[in-house]
Design a protein around this ligand. Sequence first.
Ligand SMILES: Cc1ncc(COP(=O)(O)O)c(C=O)c1O
Length: 439
Amino acid sequence: MSAAEPTRARPGTGNAEWQERKVAAIARGQGNIAPVYVERAMNAELWDVEGKRYIDFGTGIAVCNTGHSNPKVVAAVKAQLDKFSHTCVMVTPYDTAVRLAEALNELAPGSTAKKSMFVTTGAEAVENSIKIARAHTGRRGVIAFNGGFHGRTLLAMGLTGKITPYKNLFGPFPGEVYHAPFPIDYHGVSVDDSIKALQAVFKIDIAPSDVAAIIVEPVQGEGGFYAAPNEFMQALRNICDEHGIVLVTDEIQTGFGRTGRFFATEYSGIEPDLMTVAKGIAGGFPLAAVVGKAGIMDAPLPGGLGGTYAGSPIGCAAALAVIEVIRDEGLVERANAIGARFRERLQALKARHPSTIGDVRANRGAMIAIELVEDGDVDRPAADLTRALVAAAYEHGLALLSCGVNGNVIRFLPALTISDELIDEGLDVLDACLAELLQ
Ligand SMILES: Cc1ncc(COP(=O)(O)O)c(C=O)c1O
């Protein structure tokens, strides 16, 4: 094979052959859930290189909330491409970035005047939220939560509260990062337990007057789809107010209508100081942002925040279209209807498999999960079954994702534009696969 040949697709190449080439060409650290090579995707369906169709319950991990190749998003991107694709927002900016910042400032929870700044990935948004909090407070410490996920860059990885595969092999970790338990009723951790443990961090590890930021996901994503109770978010708000700590809510997975509110933080009624957004913001184009109180956002010096591709014109055009689609098509309300449909079906499934489905979590719009256990025991995670169920689902034409600190949670993140018929068809596949595996 000549040097140029590997870059050419050979007609008729199937999933197995691509997977073999992928394993040989791409580092194993960048693993893939399924050996399914996508040829095209439309709304809530995918087709692979062999022509097989899949119902997509994952949307590329909560990215294509407005559906794959949403026609309005595609049109906005094409129009932008015809004008220009890059100048760098930090050199010669463009109106779409300003309009998007204005829209995000308006959408962010709470009445305090807001500003935004753009980057490219979720991890970068997290890193920048901590930089801003540190610049504003002149303090160094950061507190995050067990089971939280904030990204794979050094500081974001340090904040992440799960070792395998995100942290082992990658130390040393950034200093002055502390973790407290996240309240999960199903696992016997109450809000009170969690707040007491946080107060203990202030006694044992770092004085609250040295803490720049507390960062929290309003619904833990990778950690297992656990919604933060409203009273927990309110308690964090009070603690931050008492000690002058910046409260950062990480809305990277929960944002843009996904949870049945525009942002999941809205459930608790609190106003975060800073909020990180990415994923669903631009319907599949790489864009992320920090949105927050203007007085805090302006702490870093000009040039201290940003990046070459920060707020790319393509991403900004896509994001403006995404926001319009969410509003015009009532997708926030639709997320709640999707959640209700899943809830009914999944609870019926749990009733038929009570010792396997330990918990159904479907009270945050279209961010839905089931936790699989052995013999109904919350402390015996059924990780092997979860893996097998995901594999079987792909075999039967359903794209599914798992998550959870113990790898025993199936998460459902369908496009908010999915039809009821496709939801039912996808859940029929899940039902049949589970029944077959439990036989
Ligand atoms: C809550 C949360 N924060 C941060 C990130 C990191 O985002 P990215 O993968 O775009 O860097 C993720 C990604 O899954 C996430 O779910």
